[in-house]
Design a protein around this ligand. Structure first.
Ligand code: NAD
Length: 251
């Protein structure tokens, strides 16, 4: 039995990659593609999801559309896997209540790259054993925000795992920003913007006579697909709302 999947935002960059991944997996079947604008085999209404008998929808759209889509999924008993970013804490709380009351479940994950999720987990495990830790995130030269959301989340997880970070010895700054920005827990964060790169993150931890470097590299959008497919296959067995990939990975 294959899982029938509807892809929302199917004409977008991530949506197209999801369609290809769903079509390429023997356990999943692409039942319907939906986007804002009709196109080659693309529908514009969520009614098409019902007509196609999709059991799970995958949403990579924009924040407001994803919110409306999630409300529809909870009301119509269709499981949702959502990669769209930008939900507030209040929206997550409201969605949690809606999915608790629904026959459908949802997985919303700000990062579907399994390696990046593991990097954050490993950095938090390592944090208490090191006195110094800094984060370098490296992205393509079109990224407008810095540091990346994943780097911020990594610093937050490290700061939650340890409060014993050494102080910055710098007393003279020759070039403004040479020590990067200061994130959660006082952890220094450095953002590199580089043509040719995609999305990369490195955590360096140091203690007496040793350093530990944990690094993850995303080379293209396919890096998110194993995580998306994992969520598509598990969402029916995860009651209510799940807000990260961690429990799906057993961490
Ligand atoms: P994109 O602009 O290429 O695609 C978005 C698509 O959504 C477009 O085709 C647009 O027409 C469509 N859309 C807009 N409103 C819609 C609606 N009401 N119904 C259906 N379709 C609608 O963007 P992208 O690069 O594919 O990214 C999409 C989202 O995924 C962003 O929020 C981005 O931050 C997020 N993202 C998340 C991860 C993750 O791992 N969670 C990874 C990459 C991107």
């Amino acid at each position: 039995m294959t899982i029938k999947v509807g892809v929302l935002g199917a004409a977008g960059r991530m949506g197209r990659a999801v369609c290809a991944a769903v079509e390429g997996d023997p356990e999943t079947e692409l039942a319907v593609r939906v986007d804002r604008v009709a196109g080659d085999g693309i529908e514009t209404s969520l009614d098409a999801v019902t007509r196609a008998g999709a059991e799970v929808v995958v949403d990579f759209t924009v924040h407001e559309a994803a919110l409306a889509n999630l409300h529809w999924c909870a009301a119509n008993g269709v499981h949702a896997v959502v990669g769209t970013t930008g939900f507030s804490a209040e929206e997550i709380a409201d969605l949690s209540a809606r999915f608790d009351a629904s026959t459908a479940n949802a997985v919303i994950a700000p990062n579907f790259a399994i390696g990046a999720v593991l990097l954050m987990h490993l950095a938090a495990i390592a944090a208490p054993w090191f006195e110094t830790g800094e984060i370098i995130e490296l992205h393509h030269d079109k990224k407008v925000d810095a540091p990346s959301g994943t780097a911020m989340l990594t610093a937050q997880r490290m700061a939650e795992a340890s409060s014993e970070w050494g102080s910055d010895p710098t007393t003279k700054t020759v070039v403004d920003g040479a020590r990067g920005g200061v994130g959660p827990g006082g952890i220094h964060m450095h953002a590199v913007r580089m043509r040719g790169m995609v999305a990369h993150e490195e955590v360096i931890l140091g203690t007496t006579g040793q350093t530990l470097t944990i690094r993850h590299d995303s080379y293209d959008r396919t890096s998110f697909m194993p995580g998306v497919l994992l969520a598509v296959k598990q969402v029916a067995d995860r009651p209510g709302l799940t807000t990260s990939l961690d429990p799906l990975l057993g961490i």
